[in-house]
Design a protein around this ligand. Sequence first.
Ligand code: FES
Length: 112
Amino acid sequence: MTASASYFNRHIFFCLNERAEGQASCSRHGAQAAFEHCKASVSKAGLSGKGQVRVNKAGCLDRCAGAPVAVVYPEAVWYTYVDQSDIDEIVESHLKNGQVVERLRLADDVGR
Ligand code: FES
């Protein structure tokens, strides 16, 4: 049996979770809008579909203190972002060209 290529080359998962009032959570920091913007940007760039990039919703990723967060696989690179231009940079640099956006990386010790 020969190894087959992954169906998708990369996934980006956006936490869209909302936690109780007073607790950090991604939905209170623009995660839904960022997810939708990313989906549209990936599609516009011609990167969606088999062998390319899949943009997915996720529940809590347990790193809420860094909200809003997203993670890209297979590299397992975690990001935190502020606005749509940050998302554009992740799409262009990482999802399209495989270059990690160092300035948006989530610190390793950020948890819930
Ligand atoms: S609410 Fe987003 S990581 Fe927990």
